[in-house]
Design a protein around this ligand. Structure first.
Ligand code: FMN
Length: 428
């Protein structure tokens, strides 16, 4: 495996939130072990003067914390619990696209769910974290069942103001193929838009295109030029399937190529000319891939943990160093198991955080005594005195003089524009 450079801008040591605020955070962390304050955002605003409102893609979300597509967003009860717990958004399990005859070019990704194993993992930096190992892939039930899940999820999420987005894996040609199965793009996109409109939601519908880590190990992604062609072609195909009805986010993957190539991918997406051939937002970046690791008799698995956040943060940092800040909204995924790591992504201009692994930790890893796993995660991510988002936001607000009324989305935009100031502050 290749080596990658560690990120330079990291939040080290203890946050310096201010004496009174640090006391309040410690009290709240204890007090809320039996239940989160409601409404959560109003409490955080009145107690700390922090506005958690942000954006996912182009949409307003009440807070920046969401669930990444996967095994934890493939059933209605999961979505309902997340809405109740207070997540800002959720992305449904990835659907494998089909054409009007029901054929799926990417059918090898539509395999049944398998055993998941949650394990500790040590990063190259020596930092300990968590990873989930499994060999399952995309949605395995029918397209009709997915549309039903999407419909009911939108209904269940609406009262809580939680955004729900579908995720799709469409046909991507192999290096040997020169054609695109456009019917898959047309048929699948149009049907999902119908669901969205059926709920009287105004266009556009948010939609993630999943370039998954298992692609990294497949022959499809063995040629850099082909991967760049995918990134260039997919937005036009999705947009022309439903003109002005879809806002498309590309969920980029960590390839087996060097970091330079990750930068080229980002550059290719961001520098596309505005219009139908350009994506509307980016999700950076899905898990790493180990072609040698064997799990349940299957060779080659995706993994996460500290190496994932290290690589993602380093690549985003290098991208910002080029002086071309992303003009597309950024959502982050990858080892967001603490508010500290979320704040590190925020410093790179990211306005929303989508997690998977942190919802799967053993019970003993959470501090809350009551509530659902999602509530326990929010408690940890927000209120932890040393690792929490509130403590780090207050610390960073003091360092950079962010105005008191700025919300998380506005702070992300500030960070994107002032990357040089941020980098210099961490170099001294
Ligand atoms: C068991 C499992 C299943 C996943 N399934 C999908 C999926 O279907 N589509 C997708 O875009 N990402 C999928 N992911 C990736 C997650 O959404 C997330 O981006 C990634 O795990 C990094 O976040 P984390 O470090 O918080 O886990 C999956 C991850 C795991 C662990």
């Amino acid at each position: 495996m290749f080596e990658f450079l560690p990120p330079r801008v990291r939040l080290q040591g203890e946050p310096h939130a201010g004496e009174r605020e640090a006391r309040q955070i410690a009290e709240d962390f204890e007090r809320f072990r039996d239940g989160l304050p409601r409404p959560l955002e109003a409490y955080v605003h009145s107690a700390y003067g922090l506005d958690l409102a942000s954006t996912y893609g182009g949409w307003s979300v009440k807070n920046p914390f969401g669930k990444g597509s996967g095994q934890l967003s493939l059933a209605l009860h999961q979505v309902s619990k997340d809405a109740e717990a207070g997540l800002g958004f959720t992305v449904l399990k990835t659907l494998i696209a089909e054409d009007s005859s029901g054929a799926q070019a990417m059918h090898e990704w539509a395999i049944p769910e398998t055993r998941m194993s949650v394990e500790r993992i040590r990063g190259k930096s020596g930092k300990e974290g968590w990873t989930v190992t499994w060999k399952g892939r995309g949605w395995f039930d029918t397209f009709a069942a997915y549309c039903d899940l999407f419909t009911r999820s939108l209904e269940a999420a609406r009262p809580a103001g939680m955004l729900v987005a579908p995720s799709v894996k469409y046909h991507l040609p192999t290096p040997a193929e020169s054609f695109w199965k456009e019917d898959e793009y047309r048929f699948t996109t149009a049907r999902l838009v119908e669901v969205w409109r059926g709920q009287n939601l105004s266009p556009p519908m948010p939609l993630e295109k999943d370039f998954s880590p298992t692609l990294a190990g497949s022959a499809r992604a063995s040629e850099e030029a082909k991967v760049l062609e995918w990134l260039e072609t997919v937005p036009g195909l999705v947009h022309s399937a439903a003109p002005r009805q879809v806002s498309l986010g590309l969920k980029l993957f960590n390839t087996l190529f060097e970091d330079e190539f990750q930068l080229r991918m980002l550059n290719r997406v961001i520098s596309a000319s505005p219009g139908a051939n350009r994506a509307d937002f980016l999700i950076y970046a899905n898990r790493l891939y180990d072609p040698d690791k064997v799990f349940d008799g299957h060779q080659g698995v995706a993994y996460g943990g500290p190496d994932l956040s290290d690589r993602n943060l380093a690549v985003l940092e290098r991208f910002l160093d080029t002086g071309k800040p992303s003009s597309l909204p950024l959502s982050a995924t990858g080892d967001i198991c603490s508010g500290r790591v979320a704040a590190e992504y925020l410093l790179r201009g990211v306005s929303s955080f989508q997690m998977h692994t942190v919802f799967q930790l053993p019970d003993g890893e959470y501090a809350m005594r009551a509530g659902s796993k999602t509530e326990k995660v929010l408690h940890l991510l927000l209120f932890h005195p040393r690792e929490g988002f509130i403590a780090w936001l207050l610390d960073l607000r003091r360092r950079f003089g962010w105005r008191a009324g700025a919300n998380v989305g506005q702070i992300a935009a500030w960070c994107r524009e002032h990357w040089n100031t941020i980098r210099e502050a961490f170099e001294t």
